[in-house]
Design a protein around this ligand. Structure first.
Ligand code: NI
Ligand code: MN
Length: 228
């Protein structure tokens, strides 16, 4: 699986021959100003919830690429009302087999509203299983006991993508506990540094993970890694 970081909570994962883009918030993100949004490939755009810092560029990228927007029912309805053609609605606990692998939409403890105030459904995350690897993209969330369900469902994760910025989501200590819950010692951090409330000390964060025998990857914006 090739994973590229586009800043904040936005990642692209290439697996099963498809480009999966998560929570695109690039053009309003000052830290991601070197990313050329028109270069980003997408077959699917996964949206964890309706907040602006997760959906800002979804409409334009979907229009350009024809990508299918995958999110909760209400977020999908909102994009359809704005003219999005290819959409796949899900809700908590639901699983679907796509052409690249399977997706389960999981619960998240957060909130969700669309930028215009429309109802954004319940926020969620995604467990993705593909031939090339499995990963969990939690979306914005607090630490939840429900995360323990992922290994109980028999899913062995290669990597967990978790928020670590605190204040609006889990911070470092809770993310370490989350990695215990999902039984995955390799974490890619997201939802940090973008704005004042979520600035973190990178070195201290990595050290805390290492002390627990875990790996925290903090990718540079624009960096691509190949994970097995
Ligand atoms: Ni949010
Ligand atoms: Mn957010």
């Amino acid at each position: 699986m090739k994973i590229t970081y586009y800043g904040h909570s936005c990642f692209s994962v290439y697996t099963g021959g498809k480009n999966l883009l998560f929570d695109p918030f690039i053009s309003p993100n000052e830290l991601a100003r070197n990313i050329n949004i028109s270069d980003i490939k997408a077959d699917y755009i996964f949206l964890s919830h309706g907040h602006e810092d997760h959906i800002a560029d979804a409409e334009s990228i979907a229009q350009r690429t024809g990508a299918t927007i995958v999110s909760n029912y209400e977020v999908v309805l909102w994009f359809q009302s704005k003219g999005a053609k290819n959409c796949h609605p899900m809700n908590h606990g639901g699983k679907w087999k796509f052409d690249f692998g399977t997706v389960k939409y999981t619960a998240a403890a957060h909130s969700s509203v669309m930028p215009d105030g429309a109802y954004g459904g319940n926020p969620g995350g995604f467990v993705i299983e593909s031939k090339e690897g499995n990963f969990y993209y939690s979306g914005d969330t607090a630490l939840m006991m429900d995360m323990q369900l992922i290994p109980l469902m028999g899913v062995k994760l290669n990597v967990a993508l978790l928020p670590i910025g605190d204040n609006f989501t889990m911070g470092i200590d809770d993310a370490i506990q989350a990695s215990n819950f999902v039984q995955c010692n390799r974490v890619i951090g997201l939802h940090y540094d973008t704005f004042g409330f979520i600035k973190i000390d990178h070195e201290a964060a990595v050290k805390k993970f290492n002390e627990k025998g875990k790996e925290l990857l903090l990718l540079k914006i624009g960096e691509t890694i190949d994970l097995k």
